[in-house]
Structures are given as C-alpha cells and as structure tokens.
Design a binder for this molecule. Structure first.
Ligand SMILES: NC(=O)c1ccc[n+]([C@@H]2O[C@H](COP(=O)([O-])OP(=O)(O)OC[C@H]3O[C@@H](n4cnc5c(N)ncnc54)[C@H](O)[C@@H]3O)[C@@H](O)[C@H]2O)c1
Ligand SMILES: O=C(O)[C@H](O)COP(=O)(O)O
Length: 527
C-alpha cells in the first residue's frame, strides 16, 4: 500500500514532520507558496497541515483531488472554507487546547502593558528621554475585567485575572450560570460588560454574530476610560472607531494582537495614542508551538493511517481504539446503505438506521455516516462518510438513528429502512465472527449473502426449476456465477435471489433475465 502523503504549508515546529514520518506518512515541508503554487502542488497530497497563513479556498480544494484531511496547528479555522471542504469529503481538524494557555497569557501581558504603558515607556527610555513624569499607570487590583467570550481561552484569562485580584464579569451566551460560578466570575449581558468593565478582553471566534461586536456605537457607549484587548480575531472591533475613540480619550487604551486585514501593514490605529499591538503573536511560544505541531501531526496521521478522527470540525470523533472496532461495521453499514439506495426507487425523504445487540453499544455517528455515504452514492460519486451527512441535509433527507437494547436473533445487527411511496423498505445485516459483513434480510425476506462486486437481485415466484433456468441463462451468456443466495417469504410465494457475478451483467442479459418464466423483477447491483 502506498504511504499517505502530507504537506506542511505554514511555518510549524519540526516535531510535526518527525511525527508524520514516525507514523508512516511521507511529508513535505514547503512554506510561503503563493495560492497558485499551492494549487499546482496540492493534488499529490492526502493531508494538508496549516496555521493561519495558508488560505484553503474552494479553488485550492477543487485542485486537491486526493486530499482527505486538513489539520490546523492551532485553533482558528477561519482561513479554511469548511462547508466547501465538507462538501468535498475532506475532514477539517484543529488543536483546540494546545495554544490556549499561551494566548491567555498574551492577553494578560497586554492588560499589564496597557495598565503601565510599558511599550511607549520602553521606547522613550531607550531613546535617552527618561520620561518618568509622563507615565502614570493604573493598578489592576480591584478593577473589573469584562470578558467577551468565556470558552477555553477566556476561562484561563479569568483564572489568571482572579489571581491578579481583579473582579471578572463575562458575556457569553453559551456560558451557564453553573460554569460561571465554577470559574468564580459573574455572567452578565454585553451592555453590562461595556458599562462596568475597566478592561475588556475578547475571546470569541469571528462569526456572523461576533463580527463588529465592538461597533462604533457600542464603543461610544462604553464606560469612559475603558481599556480594550483583542487577542482573538480581527473583525471583532470597528478599528476606525477605536482609533477615533482613543484619540478623543474616551477609550484609555487598546491592545490588539489581531487585525481585520492581516498582515496589517497600515492602520489608523498605528497613530492613535495608547495603542499597543503585536503581529498575531498570541500562540507564539515555544511550548504552544510544540504542542500544536505534535498534536496536529498525530491527529492527521491517525486519520490517514488508521481512520481515527479527533477534533474534527466537520465530522464526529472516532478514537484510535474505536476505529479498528468500527471498521467492519462501517463496511457493513455502507453496503446496506448502498443496497437500499440501489433498490428503493422514487423520492426518498426518510431513512432510519437501527442498531441492535453489540452494534447498539458502539459510537453510532460513524455508522450513520457510512450508511448515508452508501445511500447517497445514488446521487454522487464523490460522496464519503464526511460529506454524506451534509449532502443528506442539503437534499432534505430526514435521518433518524435508533438504538435498541433488546436481544434479537443476531449478536449484532444494523437495519436500514427507507420510506418509499409504497411504505417502508428495510434491509438488515450482521457481522460474522471474523468481522465479515453479511446481509441477513432484504425487504422482509430472510437471506444470507455477502454484498460484493457485481450482483444481480431477482424477485421471482418460488417455483421448481427456476434456479436452473437462471443458471442456464448466465452460462449461455458466458457469465460465471460466484455465489447464489436464496430467500423466500413463504413456500410457493415471493422469493428473492442474489447472485454474485464475475463480471457485470449487460443490459441485454438483464433483459433476457426479465423474460425468464417466474421472474418479476431484475436489478443489477454494484458494491
Ligand atoms: N491571537 C492568537 O494567536 C490566537 C490564539 C489562539 C486562539 N485565538 C482565537 O481566540 C478565540 C477564542 O478561542 P477559544 O479557544 O477560547 O475558543 P472557544 O471556542 O473555547 O471559546 C469561544 C467562546 O466564545 C463564545 N461565543 C460564541 N459566540 C459568542 C457571542 N456572539 N458572544 C459572546 N461569546 C460568544 C463561545 O460560547 C465560547 O465560549 C478564537 O477566535 C481563536 O481563533 C487566537
Ligand atoms: O487561532 C489560532 O490558533 C491563533 O490565531 C494562532 O494562529 P497562528 O498559528 O497563525 O499563530
């Protein structure tokens, strides 16, 4: 088997390349390329490891014909078009905790630098001015720190600020009262943060809800003398308004690590008083960079080599321990989804996936993803378990998952049912001891069959001589039959036949089969 190949396209700690190699992947480190250069190269890679510089646009993704996973060595993924990647079946992962402490410490450093105007004092002292009388700072002890966003980084900032004897209040619609109590902070609304806080620090992602959250109007109505820190994302603050309010003195100081346009080579803020900035250094410590590099390479290699999924933003997690256990189930699930997709006709709007016995104990999301991937193949050749749930949603398919505790006839069973205009249609399968997937029921008829390669599904009357007639037809057409599996509703009633063939049956052979006495329907299947 050829080794998976990864590209590291942003500056990353060398541990990332080492881990890829140790985990059985080939790796290239090529940083600083233009989008055109990356587009020309990306087709040869299965994994792309990035930080914030590489922009993973639809154009790049269209050219990434072999790409399976994008790994962000860091937190923010606003440089990746995740919906487009999902549509292409590419997993997007990040490392949500590796640089949180470092970034929280940067925010605290910014608060202290603002409180004591350290950067300006440093520059002027080194210039020989000894400007002692020009720098009167403020204590942070006893002051109120207002957080906008109290997730991983915001919570760490809160704990450090409490250590500095600040009072901490937070606006975060997803923060529960219990969590606020646990953190030792007060949950308030955004207006209260802005009217009460002496220092405000932002720790939200950039979303439609948070973009421009510190708008001109909000800044104008904020407490006079407020100091503002942003180590989260550019775009959260109206930069022009902030510059005006620093100039008027309404805002006493601001420290930004991130800008609306990066790299920020010019900004109205650069000339504003009491303004401090750093060039997106929040995550730039040796410790954080080692953490995120190790983590991203481990996660990506795990996915490329074993199918393990950790910290994916567009699919459910699947641990390295779960992956091998789930692998035969996913093969079974995909085959059942594919079977029902090939057999059930019409506008199918509902699909249900039931798990029984050992299957009910497993992580159901990957199984559902695999059923949908098999099922959606009737609509798209490029579908996989990553993009199948998105495609299903796009098509308005109502997906339900049911887990049964009951003991059935099989140790483990997956049943897939679609709602057709003629009522529900189900197929079910199990795993044999060796992990081999087997179909055990098709549209209410018990059968035992392997679903593999070219197959023919025949519905017929259960009458003597039928098997011989079908066998003869195949022989006359020079088609070798691999397996012959039979099932029937009742003796003499409706029966089904599943044949595996060494080659695909042509339309002509199918037409001949349809004319065989007793045949009601013939469908060619491919697995
Ligand atoms: N400067 C840097 O180098 C650097 C480094 C790491 C992370 N970051 C950025 O910091 C930000 C926070 O990272 P994190 O790890 O704490 O993320 P997180 O997901 O743990 O926390 C984000 C918090 O924002 C809250 N939130 C979402 N929408 C909100 C809204 N409309 N109003 C208020 N709160 C809202 C969420 O509920 C969540 O608690 C991210 O944007 C990340 O990209 C920057
Ligand atoms: O979201 C992040 O992790 C930070 O913005 C860090 O970005 P960087 O890896 O480009 O420094």
């Amino acid at each position: 088997m050829t080794k998976p190949k990864a590209l590291i396209s942003d500056k990353m700690d060398p541990n990332a390349a080492r881990i890829f190699e140790e985990r059985g992947c080939d790796v290239d480190v090529i940083t600083g390329e233009t989008p055109e250069e990356l587009k020309a190269r990306i087709g040869e890679y299965h994994g792309l490891a990035i930080r914030s510089s590489t922009k993973v646009t639809p154009e790049i993704l269209d050219a990434a014909t072999n790409l399976k996973v994008i790994g962000r060595a860091g937190i923010g993924v606003d440089n990746v078009d995740i919906p487009y990647a999902s549509g292409k079946g590419v997993v997007v992962m990040n490392t949500p905790f590796g640089n949180s402490i470092t970034t929280a410490e940067h925010a605290i450093a910014m608060i202290m630098a603002l409180a004591r105007q350290i950067p300006d004092a440093n520059v002027r002292t080194k210039a020989g001015e000894w400007p002692k009388k020009d720098f009167m700072g403020v204590e942070v002890t006893g002051k109120t720190l207002g957080l906008i966003g109290a997730g991983n980084i915001g919570s760490i900032v809160a704990s450090r600020a409490l250590g500095l004897k600040m009072k901490v209040i937070a606006y975060d619609p997803f923060l529960t009262e219990d969590r606020a109590v646990e953190l030792g902070i007060e949950k308030v609304d955004l207006d209260a943060v802005l009217s009460r806080a002496d220092f405000v620090t932002l720790h939200t992602p950039l979303t439609d809800q948070t973009r421009n959250i510190l708008s001109r109007e909000r800044l104008e109505n904020a407490k006079p003398g407020i100091r503002i820190v942003n180590c989260a994302r550019g775009g959260l603050i109206d930069e022009a308004a902030l510059a005006d309010l620093l100039t008027s003195g309404h805002v006493a100081g601001a420290a930004l690590d991130v800008f609306q346009t990066e790299p920020a080579k010019e900004s109205p803020l650069f000339d504003a008083p009491n303004f401090i900035c750093t060039p997106h250094l929040g995550a730039s410590t040796t410790e954080a960079q080692v953490n995120v590099a190790l983590q991203v390479a481990e996660q990506m290699a795990d996915y490329l080599v074993n199918g393990g999924v950790t910290n994916a933003l567009n699919m459910p997690s699947l641990s390295a321990e779960e992956a091998p256990k789930l692998k035969p189930y996913m093969a079974l699930a995909e085959k059942l989804g594919s079977l029902v997709g090939q057999l059930a006709h019409g506008n199918l709007t509902k699909i249900s996936i039931e798990r029984e016995g050992a299957a009910s104990e497993l992580n159901g999301k990957p199984i559902t993803g695999a059923v949908l991937a098999g099922f959606m193949r009737r609509y798209s050749d490029t579908v996989n378990m990553v993009n199948a749930p998105y495609l299903a949603k796009e098509r308005g398919l109502d997906v339900s998952e049911v887990r049964h505790d009951r003991d059935g006839a099989y140790n483990t069973l997956i049943r897939v049912t679609v709602e057709t205009s003629a009522g529900p249609r189900s197929v079910a399968g199990t795993l044999f001891g060796s992990g081999a997937p087997r179909l055990v029921e098709i549209f209410g008829i018990g059968i035992e069959a392997e679903l593999d390669g070219h197959m023919l599904y025949v519905v017929n009357d259960d009458k003597p001589g039928f098997i011989g007639r079908i066998g003869t037809l195949m022989g006359e057409n020079g088609i070798n039959i691999g397996t012959f599996n039979l099932g029937r509703r009742d003796a003499g009633g409706e029966a089904v036949l599943l044949l595996s063939l060494d080659e695909k049956a042509s339309d002509d052979v199918i037409a001949q089969a349809e004319k065989v006495e007793g045949v009601k329907m013939v469908t060619a299947l491919e697995f």
